[in-house]
Structure formats: structure tokens, C-alpha cells
Design a protein around this ligand. Structure first.
Ligand code: ATP
Ligand code: MG
Length: 579
């Protein structure tokens, strides 16, 4: 294959070497055939066409990485186009968050200094002009049937449709009606403009599909200029053609719409609106990810019923949620590359996404210590009120990043699970009589514990060996199995830590007629008061790190403030789900 991988500035995304797929094969063929060799234009122009009616989710990330990734790899360009033809459901809020999400993922619609940010609503005049042309050419008519009659006469999969009594109305009459529809003379639903194709077609989408409807609604961009709006199936192909898109890539459910996609572009091209070659539609399988739902409607339900705290709740599979959770753009790009592009539906396991995050963060995330479920450890023979300096590497494989500083003193915080009064077999952490190393500190020997009146352990006691400090010669004389993390009660910083898990208990929460609302994981969020090492007092929101033993975390971009950090767990260190 001709694998032109020049970076043309359409993106600042770093990507691994592209893996071939059926779309790349198609593009390679088109390039060999010179299909889209047009003066001064890239031979690959793709677009990402969201409707601004909600927040983007992980499925959209697949489409974004695919469209922008192909443009990058073939020195082409990718447009961001808002398919904004449903004024009642759309809003500027969604436009803003979608732009933000695309940029955050590492892509840009600015190509060599030109902004390729488009709105279908910018084409309303041209789309209307084409509609008038179609009427004149006998390819469209105004239908005045009631909605109920229109539905009955459309037929179904086993029954052909019946022609509307208005189908053969004179073009001049249709034109007059369309103009009066546009002028606001009619109420919603009184008339509709339809393409004149074939009411008996086995493809329902070709049974004279509606192309313009009356909607007396305010549009977030065109205001009250229009009271007729073009249908999605009409707008989408023509917008592609207006923008000189070459490969129009969408999900498989649009396969049945392709004949109309081709029909409308061909007819408009015959009318002189477009030059050949025209865009071609290709379909790929949508992303289905286990343990999440990826439908704007269902996600909206979670938000509106307060199951989660907004669209950017870290449990949400929205891009804003995944971002707040702590995922990196690089990990999402890696994920999209890894899952590939095919034409067959399947499920991708959620752990694949987590694996990509670990792969991205392991080499670069600074290490730190956090004690999530604290228990007091008292070193009885430690000098009173003395705090001795300790250091640990910021990253075990990157000494050039330097060290972090903290102290050890008489009273420490350790994890509750690191002490057992009566150890089970194979337990080598703290129990009376056992020695362990306090990581980057000293070796201690456990002597016992204090309990409250209910028998709960409230403090553990030990003695330390003053010559065992990590990094000193004496340390080599101590061989112990346990190596515990801890923080000094005298200098540790208290922090809120949010432990996130799968939002659903079922791998396919909305498959096979299941009610996803009954399959919520009640433990998807656990909040703990933790102690973290003192250096984290300066951590800024959005900074990611690895808490040793606990996983990858991020300082929450909304609630974390310098000096009072709040951490989200992105994922644990190993995949332990369901094991
Ligand atoms: P939803 O079904 O969640 O409402 P949508 O398809 O209506 O999503 P659009 O804004 O129309 O949302 O989608 C923009 C683009 O993203 C479309 O090209 C669509 O095919 C693609 N897309 C949507 N969901 C997925 C998915 N799960 N996997 C891959 N691509 C997707
Ligand atoms: Mg859609």
C-alpha cells in the first residue's frame, strides 16, 4: 500500500504506525486510480459530523480518531461539521463542548492555517436552492397528506408504498407551496417537501423521502430566519459535496441510507451544483464497549435522573467524563488504533481501554505515596518529635527526573490491610514478631497493637532498627519480605480520594432488551479520606500520577485545589476486574 504518512499539520496527535484496514485499502486504490486528483486539493478530505444535541462519548472518539487520523496519514484534511438541522434539540453549549473535546483528543480542523469548521446551517441557502431546482426538474414535490396518511401510504418492509395524491402536482404549484412554506404561511406539518423516487422501492429510504419540513423553531445559529428545515438525509450528503469531501465515513446503520446519499448528490451534480468526482460513503462498525452505554439518549437519562453528577462525572463514558476521570488523549488514540476498524459488529472489553491508559502512563507518570485506609503505626523506640529526611525516586526508571522528599517520624500512617494481629498463611506484612521494611525508611519489628472497646485495631506498635535506613550500608544486613508504604503523620497531607469503578455490573447493560437502569454498579464510586505525601500540597489540577500499589490517579480538574487535593482513580495497576 502507498502509505503516505507525512504530517501536514492537521493534527498535533502522535500516533503509532498506522495499521491497515479496509478504509485505507479503499483510499490506496483511489489514489492509485487518481480518483480525487483535483487541482490544489488534497486527495483525502474527511469530516467528523456530530449533531450538537449532546456530549460526545467514547464511540465518537473512535470516529474522530478515524477521520482525523486518515486525514493526517494521507496528508489530507478533516473538517469538523455540525449537522445542525434539528433546532429544537440543539444548542451552542453542545457546539462548544464538542469543539473542546476534539481539540483535547489532539486533533485540529485548522489545516495549514485554514479553519475547516463548518455548520450545515451555513448551507441553508444553497440547500434551499437545490430544493427549488429539484422541483423544477420534476424530482421533488410538496406533499400535503396528513402525517397519518403519509405513514400508511409509505408501506412497510413487506408491502410497497402507495403514491401520494399530490405526487403529480405541477412543479409550479409545488414551487409556490415551498415558497409559501418558507415564508411562514403554514403551520408545522401542514406540508412537506419530498424527493420523487419510487414508492415501491424495497429500500424504505427511497420511498419519496422527506427533504424539507416546516418547523417554527428558533435555531441556535440562524435565529428565526427559517421556519423550514432540511432533513438530515438530505443535508448530510449535500454538505459533504459542498465541502468536497472525498471519503464520507459513517457507522453501519447508515448503509441503507447510502442509495439516497448517492441519488441526491447525483441529481444535484446533474443540475450543475457539483463537479465530479463526488463524495462516496463508507460504513464501519460502531464501537460497543462493555460496561458502558454509548447512546446520547441513555447518557442523558443518567444525568437527568441524577445517577451521576453531570455529563463530566468521571464514571461517564463521555469524552468530558473520561477526561475528568484522568484518561489521557494519547491513551484514547492508542485505544482507537488498537481496536481497529472493521465492518463487523463486536464488543470491545473495557479492560482494553484501561490497558491503554496503563501503557501510556507507566513510563511517564510520577510516583507518589498515598495511604487510602489509614491505620496509625507507632514506632515506640523512635526519638520523640524527631523527623528524619527520606527520599524516593520520582520515577523508578527515570533517575533524571530526580527525587521526592518527605520525612519519617515516630507516628506514621499505614494501610489497614498491612497489619493482621493473627496472620493468615503466607501473610508477610505486619504482625506481632514480624519484621518489614518501611519503604525508603527503616526496618521495623511489630510488637503489638491497641484496640478500642469493640476490639477494632486503632494503632499498631513497633520498634525500628536505626542502622537499617534505605540507601545506607547497614540496610543490606536486613532481609525482610514485606515492603510497606507509609506516610509520616507529622507531615502527611489529608486528601479526598475518589475510587471509581465500572458504572454497570453487566458487561452489556443495554443489549438484548435489558434495562440498563437496573444494572447500575452501586460501588462505582467510593470516597475515602486518605493521607498522601507532603510534596503533593503543590499538585495542580489535571496532574496525573501513580500511587504505588493503588493505581493511576489524577488531581480532579474541577474539585482539586492547590493545597487541598482531590484525586480520582483512573484505574488500578493491574486488571483485577471480576477476578
Ligand atoms: P448517539 O447514537 O449516541 O446519539 P449519534 O450517532 O446520533 O450518537 P452523531 O452526533 O450523529 O451522534 O454522531 C457523529 C458521528 O459519530 C457519526 O458519524 C456517527 O456515525 C459517529 N458515531 C456515533 N456513535 C459512534 C460509535 N459508538 N462508534 C463509532 N462512531 C460513532
Ligand atoms: Mg446521529
Amino acid at each position: 500500500m502507498s502509505n503516505d504518512t507525512k504530517n501536514n499539520g492537521n493534527t498535533n496527535a502522535t500516533s503509532p504506525a498506522p495499521v491497515s484496514n479496509f478504509l485505507r485499502a479503499i483510499i490506496d486504490n483511489d489514489q492509485t486510480a487518481g480518483k480525487y486528483a483535483r487541482d490544489g486539493m488534497p486527495t483525502v478530505i474527511t469530516r467528523f459530523p456530530p449533531e450538537p444535541n449532546g456530549y460526545l462519548h467514547i464511540g465518537h472518539a473512535k470516529s474522530i480518531c478515524l477521520n482525523f487520523g486518515l486525514a493526517r496519514d494521507y496528508a489530507g484534511r478533516c473538517h469538523l461539521r455540525f449537522d445542525d438541522t434539528n433546532p429544537e434539540k440543539e444548542d451552542q453549549e453542545y457546539v462548544d463542548t464538542i469543539m473542546d473535546s476534539v481539540k483535547w483528543l489532539g486533533f485540529d480542523w485548522n489545516n495549514n492555517g485554514v479553519e475547516h469548521l463548518h455548520y450545515a446551517s451555513d448551507y441553508f441557502d444553497r440547500l434551499y436552492e437545490i430544493a427549488e431546482y429539484l422541483i423544477g426538474a420534476g424530482l421533488a414535490y410538496v406533499d400535503s397528506q396528513s402525517a397519518a396518511d403519509m405513514a400508511t401510504n409509505r408501506g412497510d418492509f413487506s408491502r410497497p408504498g402507495v403514491n401520494s395524491p399530490f405526487r403529480d402536482r405541477a412543479p409550479a404549484e409545488s414551487l409556490d407551496l415551498l415558497r409559501r412554506m418558507k415564508a411562514g404561511e403554514f403551520k408545522d406539518g401542514e406540508h412537506i417537501l419530498r424527493a420523487k423516487i419510487d414508492m415501491a422501492s424495497p429500500n424504505m429510504n427511497l420511498r419519496d423521502p422527506a427533504i424539507y419540513r416546516i418547523r417554527h423553531a428558533h435555531h441556535h445559529r440562524t435565529g428565526d430566519n427559517w421556519c423550514i428545515y432540511p432533513m438530515y438525509d438530505y443535508t448530510h450528503p449535500l454538505s459533504d459535496a459542498i465541502e468536497n469531501i472525498t471519503h464520507s465515513i459513517c457507522t453501519l446503520e447508515f448503509q441503507d441510507h447510502r442509495p439516497f446519499y448517492d441519488w441526491i448528490i447525483e441529481r444535484a451534480a446533474e443540475g450543475g451544483f457539483f463537479k465530479k468526482p463526488v463524495p462516496q460513503q463508507y460504513e464501519f462498525a460502531r464501537l460497543n464497549l462493555t460496561y458502558v452505554v454509548t447512546s446520547k439518549r441513555k447518557l442523558r437519562q443518567l444525568v437527568e435522573q441524577n445517577i451521576v453528577n453531570g455529563w463530566d462525572d468521571p464514571r461517564m463514558p463521555t469524552i468530558v467524563g473520561i477526561r475528568r476521570r484522568g484518561y489521557t488523549p494519547e491513551s484514547l488514540q492508542l485505544f482507537c488504533e488498537r481496536i481497529g476498524v472493521t465492518r463487523s459488529d463486536g464488543w470491545i472489553d473495557y479492560s482494553t481501554l484501561e490497558g491503554c491508559l496503563r501503557e501510556d502512563l507507566d513510563p511517564k507518570a510520577p510516583r507518589a505515596t498515598a495511604v487510602l485506609r489509614p491505620l496509625k503505626l507507632i514506632i515506640d523506640n523512635f526519638p520523640e518529635s524527631e523527623n528524619i529526611a527520606c527520599t524516593a525516586p520520582i520515577h523508578p526508571h527515570h533517575p533524571e527526573l530526580g527525587n521526592r522528599e518527605f520525612t519519617i517520624g515516630k507516628e506514621l500512617w499505614i494501610e489497614q490491610e498491612d497489619f493482621m494481629e493473627e496472620p493468615v498463611k503466607g501473610y508477610f506484612r505486619l504482625f506481632p514478631g514480624n519484621k518489614v521494611r518501611l519503604r525508603y525508611g527503616y526496618v521495623v519489628e511489630c510488637t503489638g497493637c491497641d484496640k478500642d472497646e469493640n476490639g477494632n485495631v486503632i494503632a499498631v506498635h513497633c520498634n525500628y532498627f536505626a542502622d537499617s535506613k534505605s540507601g545506607t550500608e547497614g540496610s543490606a544486613n536486613y532481609k525482610v519480605k514485606g515492603n510497606l508504604h507509609w506516610v509520616n503523620a507529622a507531615d502527611a497531607l489529608e486528601a479526598e480520594v475518589r475510587l471509581y469503578d465500572r458504572l454497570f455490573t453487566d458487561a452489556n447493560p443495554d443489549a438484548g432488551g435489558k434495562d440498563f437502569m437496573t444494572l447500575l454498579n452501586p460501588n462505582a464510586l467510593e470516597v475515602v479520606r486518605a493521607y498522601v505525601e507532603p510534596g503533593l500540597a503543590t499538585i495542580t489540577p489535571d496532574t496525573r500520577l501513580q500511587f504505588e500499589r493503588h493505581g493511576y490517579f489524577v488531581a480532579d480538574r474541577v474539585d482539586s485545589v492547590v493545597g487541598k487535593p482531590v484525586f480520582n482513580r483512573v484505574t488500578t495497576l493491574k486488571d483485577s476486574w471480576g477476578k
